[in-house]
Ligand binder design. Structure first.
Ligand SMILES: *Cc1c(COP(=O)(O)O)cnc(C)c1O
Length: 378
């Protein structure tokens, strides 16, 4: 049986990791060593990662979410506190606040950078606010220099922002606050699942290292635990992959930036003609660490219909991201509803993540761009 789609070119995937001989060799070395967890490979991955980011310390954990949870605890967030964060993020950044029985307080986003708007944050601060949790969404650095003026503890969700840099100099993750990176398979660096907290405070690192390992102090025997802890450990197997990934990170980030440049060039005419919104350009010295290429369809188009049209011609895409405050759990638990964060809601309703990965070819970018052009012009 033959049909038109089987004759067409293969689908363009949404994401694709870069893995090779270095990952295989290091993984095999760890397998053969017999130290599958808590051996010497985890600390080596932490050192390599901290050096890449330019942070004094790093703690490896089992996921970005686990890292955010431990970082929130290290910031002292507890029952009844309020933590101000962005409603335009992956749900984990708000969930970790709820884990500690604190209240996530959302502040609307800037329509250009899509990061939390510093004026909205200032307006949301109360005497119960104990921390800020900005998200560097889509790899664009949040305005930390302004947010730091409040003098509150800050936990950065840097899960999408490896390779980004702030206008006043430091890389994202190197300002001294706890900053959390994620290593799921679509991220700039992957270990399958995994995460890393970079931080400047040695004592906070000790607390995090203990809490990721059941609350055990580093020098303690197996049987005593001096605080409540979790099993948020990263295995040495995952760390081996991470070490190889750090080795190719500069190249992978450069490749992502190159693909983003091709997209910009290919989509500029469509953007000018239809009002399609492309990711914002770097501005004022802030530098994006490219993670995803997300466009916003013009208001008169139906986003989900655009996604269906792309799929029909073999181009994967997805609505990215949905507004957190409109998810059922947040509506039911915190009384959230439509209209509360209009900028976020408008952007969330129109956003589409296009295929984007380091090995993407210019021909693939052109195929996606043509598909999007015909989806918006018919
Ligand atoms: C990926 C991601 C996380 C963490 O995800 P995990 O799957 O737990 O590693 C958190 N926040 C944002 C914004 C993310 O994109």
């Amino acid at each position: 049986m033959s049909d038109a789609s089987s004759a067409a070119a293969e689908d363009v995937p949404l994401a694709q990791p870069v893995l090779g001989a270095e990952e295989e060799a290091l993984l095999l070395e760890v397998l053969r060593s017999g130290y599958l967890s808590l051996g010497p490979t985890g600390p080596r991955f932490e050192r390599d990662f901290a050096a890449f980011v330019g942070a004094p310390h790093a703690s490896a954990v089992s996921s970005g979410t686990a890292g955010l949870h431990l970082a929130i605890r290290a910031a002292g967030v507890t029952d009844g506190d309020e933590v101000i964060t962005s409603p335009f993020s992956f749900v984990a950044s708000a969930n970790v606040i709820a884990y500690e029985r604190a209240t996530p307080v959302f502040a609307d986003i800037d329509p250009v950078t899509l990061n939390v708007d510093p004026d909205a944050v200032a307006a949301a601060i109360t005497d119960r606010t104990t921390a800020l949790l900005p998200v560097h969404i889509f790899g664009y650095p949040a305005d930390l220099p302004t947010l730091e003026r409040h003098g509150l503890p800050i936990v950065e969700d840097a899960c999408e922002a490896l390779g980004a840099r702030h206008r006043d100099g430091p890389a994202v993750g190197a300002r001294g606050h706890a900053a959390v990176f994620g290593f799921y398979a679509n991220k700039q660096l992957t270990t399958g699942e995994g995460g890393m907290i970079t931080l400047g405070d040695e004592q906070a690192k000790q607390r995090i290292d203990s809490e990721r390992n059941q609350g055990r102090a580093p020098d303690m025997g197996w049987l005593d635990h001096d605080r409540l802890g979790f099993n948020y450990r990263l295995t040495d197997l995952q760390s081996a992959i991470g070490i190889a990934q750090v080795g190719r990170l500069a190249g992978m980030l450069a490749d992502r930036a190159k693909v983003a440049g091709w997209y910009r060039e290919a989509l500029a005419p469509l953007a000018a003609q239809t009002g399609l919104t492309l990711p914002c350009e770097d501005s004022g010295g802030d530098q994006r660490g490219w993670f995803v290429f997300v466009v916003q369809v013009p208001h008169e188009h139906d986003r989900d219909d655009v996604i269906r049209r792309l799929r029909a011609v073999g181009v994967q895409s997805k609505p990215y991201l949905p507004a957190i405050h409109l998810m059922s759990f947040y509506r039911e638990t915190y009384g959230m509803r439509e209209g509360m964060f209009p900028v976020c809601e408008d952007v969330a309703a129109r956003s589409v993540a296009l295929p984007f990965f380091p090995a993407m070819t210019q021909a693939q970018v052109e195929r996606v761009s043509l598909a999007l052009t015909s989806a918006l012009q018919s």
